[in-house]
Design a protein around this ligand. Structure first.
Ligand SMILES: [Ca+2]
Length: 480
């Protein structure tokens, strides 16, 4: 609560500062342009050639759930085509979350480029930065669990729609807003389009034609499926986990996967409409595209059905792909955070990057100047889960139950073989625990890795039940 209040105040303060900066910028621009204006005798400087930036942020889209990323089932033809010459980041993550609604800190970090574990910074938001750089900007997307007060500096910001023609929060409503904005602004200024609909977040909305495309009988189970998570990770019966009953079964998990894929394909079709509008407006070629998810989602792995965990392909890992002029086709396993897209897109578009951000630009990787920007990567969930990984090893710490897991991700990418109990692991655990302790402080993390009276690791769903949220398909769910 306090942080959100602080954010609003800071935003207001920054807005007050902006006119001064704009005036200073205008004077500087006029001085720079003046000689050309007099030589050519033109009253107006030429329109900028800055690229458009199109940020396509799906909600709860898993890191593997796009066709071109190699997914065996889901169909995303429009996004596949868009990204066919793109650069895929295979190891992109959300830093973490202090709440079960992982969307909120994730979307805040996208706007600030700062760790959610710190006090809110005084650096400009992404919206302010693109506006000051002369972009015509719009964000149209889900309003719940989004830092709406940080969106006010976009020229247009539209949250959930409730029109009679379009169901609440569906991808079509937001695509319509973006398309209208393209038509009104194309050619006048470079465009910054932030399209962030609610799909494929539960209740996995889609229209019927998309539900008909997927049948649970054809969908394989995750290799690391379990009916129950084997110990209490600190948030076992949180809302998302209750969207399916316990024990998890083949029937319930594949049913959920079928709806999830349908909702993803529906999202892809609406992305296709946005792309078509860009092409029609002659704005497709000079555009940097970023496709990402705001957080990941477990769908049966380890007995989990939510985003409140730090496993690979769990809550924190996200898809992240860049495509457009100057971006070479390929893929990288560099360890990166999603919020790094803020300084990255600035650098790719020739916008000066604000100083003081925690996020690091990925441009050196994208331009082939260096293979990586981080040697290891830290993730966190509330005060109950912490992880650190490098290119091979991953340690997860659960302070509240005094438990540590160790995985060799090269040999065991699905984290099925916990090596923490083995005597030969002691040295590696010591090394990674020290690294975790050091790294978490760098990001402003104050929660301890060891607590005085740890709880038992055993748990049971008890009266939590489960399966209730999905029964309300098509209705507005209580958000997390
Ligand atoms: Ca989300």
């Amino acid at each position: 609560m306090n942080r959100s209040l602080t954010m609003t105040m800071k935003t207001k303060n920054m807005k007050n500062e902006h006119p001064k900066r704009l005036i200073a910028g205008l004077i500087l621009s006029t001085l720079l342009i003046a000689p050309f204006v007099s030589i050519h005798g033109e009253g107006e400087p030429k329109a900028t050639t800055k690229p458009n930036i199109v940020f396509l942020l799906a909600d709860d889209l898993r890191a593997d759930c796009i066709g071109i990323l190699g997914h065996p089932i889901v169909k995303t033809p429009n996004v596949d085509k868009l990204l066919e010459n793109g650069l895929i980041f295979r190891n992109a993550y959300v830093l973490g979350s202090d709440s079960a609604a992982v969307c909120m800190p994730s979307r805040t970090m996208i706007q600030t480029g700062m760790s959610y574990l710190r006090k809110h910074p005084t650096t400009p938001t992404l919206a302010q930065t693109v506006k000051a750089a002369g972009y015509a900007s719009i964000r149209s997307g889900k309003g719940g669990n989004n830092p709406n007060e940080l969106d006010v500096d976009f020229d247009a910001h539209i949250d959930d729609g409730k029109g009679p023609e379009t169901p609440d929060r569906d991808a079509a409503f937001h695509a319509n807003n973006i398309i209208k904005f393209i038509k009104e602004n194309a050619g006048k200024k470079p465009l910054f389009l932030y399209y962030a609909p609610h799909e494929p977040h539960d209740p996995q909305y889609a229209t019927e034609e998309f539900y008909r495309m997927y049948h649970s009988a054809d969908i394989p189970m995750p290799v690391n499926f379990l009916p129950y998570h084997p110990f209490d990770n600190g948030d076992m019966t949180v809302r998302d986990e209750r969207t399916l009953p316990w024990p998890r079964t083949k029937q319930s998990v594949t049913g959920k996967l079928a709806r999830y894929y349908a909702s993803t394909t529906y999202w892809d079709a609406e992305v296709g409409r946005v792309i078509a509008a860009l092409k029609e407006a002659g704005q497709y070629d000079n555009t940097i595209f970023i496709v990402a998810g705001d957080n990941g989602l477990s769908l049966g792995e380890h007995g989990l059905i939510g985003k409140q965990n730090v496993y690979e392909f769990g809550g924190m890992q996200v898809p992240l792909v860049f495509a457009g002029p100057g971006i070479k086709k390929g893929e990288t396993h560099a360890l990166v955070y999603l919020y790094e897209l803020y300084p990255t897109l600035c650098e790719l578009a020739g916008i000066s990057v604000p100083t003081g951000l925690d996020a690091k630009s990925l441009a050196p990787i994208i331009k082939g100047q260096q293979p990586a920007i981080r040697d290891y990567l830290f993730t966190a969930y509330k005060n109950c889960q912490r992880s650190i990984r490098d290119n091979r090893w991953k340690l997860i710490r659960y302070p509240l139950i005094d438990k540590t897991q160790l995985f060799d991700l090269q040999a065991d990418p699905h984290e099925m073989n916990d090596l923490a109990g083995k005597p030969e692991s002691a040295e590696k655990i010591k090394e990674l625990t020290a690294l975790l302790e050091k790294t978490r402080k760098e990001f402003g993390d104050k929660a301890p890795l060891v607590v005085p009276n740890p709880k038992p690791a055993a748990w049971s769903p008890g009266k939590a039940g489960g399966g209730k949220t999905d029964a309300k398909k098509g209705q507005k769910p209580e958000e997390e």
